[in-house]
Design a binder for this molecule. Structure first.
Ligand code: ZN
Length: 298
């Protein structure tokens, strides 16, 4: 049944960036198609509701009971006011790592923003917020949402991929490599094809840790590789906002790969896991609202 749904979705909805870029599709076709995780990700029900039981079922996720009822409009009504059209398409199509990109297109021309949530599966607020943002209604421009990017990690409340590799240290990826490299390659190719004005990567931090005291101040923060690319936005988020600016995304992160190799500005958000999930999700969504407002998309 899921394969059938996937099949239907491909023909009805496959109109996004990946369709415009044969390299993006070809890059991942060599991978095998064992399907449990891949099809689950492609199943439309997962797309909008990963915060509910579909993704949470088999996992150690300790989501609040009411989280399945959360709606984007409860967090940010302004994100839900305009009329927007939706499209969906697959990346890594037909492979174990197949995933769905949701496209929300405003009625007016405008900038485009590509949102990735759940590259680290245990950073729950990131992909919960990104899943809710699949309902976003920009007035102008286009929002692409990929979440959870690390489906296996989100299902198992785990930072890494099935092979225990850190997806965010494997960009730009390798379509012939291990799982994290293949997933990274499919995401990187899609971002390249979409060529958004900004990439947003939603993460969380544990905050103060004995093992990494130098990261004590990494709480509610943004990470930007090249501030000059988006200096006005960074000013808005930090000096005018409530986020700390932390420099230098790590080697192999999507932020660094996209900003350095594709010249696409990228900003990573970190929320501190010391707060309750709902507040962290609210922070993530407020951050996205601020960015979309800055770009004139609301
Ligand atoms: Zn992370």
């Amino acid at each position: 049944m899921r394969r059938f749904l996937s099949f239907v979705l491909i023909f009805v909805l496959f109109t996004g960036c990946a369709a415009e870029n044969t390299a993006a599709g070809a890059a991942v076709e060599t991978a095998s198609a064992d399907a449990t995780v891949g099809t689950a990700a492609a199943d439309a029900t997962v797309g909008t509701a990963a915060a509910d039981a579909t993704v949470g079922t088999a996992s150690a996720l300790d989501l609040p009971e009411d989280s399945k009822n959360w709606k984007l409009s409860d967090f940010a009504p302004a994100l839900c006011e305009a009329d927007a059209e939706e499209e969906r398409y697959f990346i890594a199509e037909g492979t174990e790592w197949e995933n769905t990109v949701v496209v929300r297109r405003g009625a007016q021309e405008g900038p485009s923003v590509y949102i990735v949530g759940g590259i680290h599966g245990d950073e729950t607020a990131g992909w919960t917020a990104a899943n809710l943002l699949k309902e976003v209604c920009p007035k102008a421009g286009t929002v692409y949402i990929l979440s959870p990017a690390n489906v296996y990690g989100a299902e198992h409340d785990k930072r890494t991929t099935r092979s225990d590799r850190d997806l965010n240290r494997n960009f730009p990826g390798d379509p012939e490599g291990w799982d994290a490299e293949r997933i990274a390659a499919s995401i990187y190719a899609d971002v390249e094809a979409c060529s958004p004005d900004l990439l947003i990567d939603l993460h969380e931090t544990k905050g103060p840790q004995e093992s990494a005291p130098e990261r004590d101040d990494l709480r509610n923060a943004v990470i930007v590789n090249d501030v000059a690319q988006i200096s006005d936005l960074v000013w808005e988020l930090t000096v005018e906002g409530d986020l700390t600016l932390m420099g230098s995304p790590p080697e192999g992160s999507v932020n660094r790969a996209v900003s350095e190799q594709l010249g696409i500005p990228a900003v990573t958000l970190e929320t501190w896991r010391g707060e309750v999930l709902k507040e962290r999700v609210a922070r993530q969504i407020r951050f996205v609202e601020k960015v979309l407002t800055f770009y004139g998309m609301l």
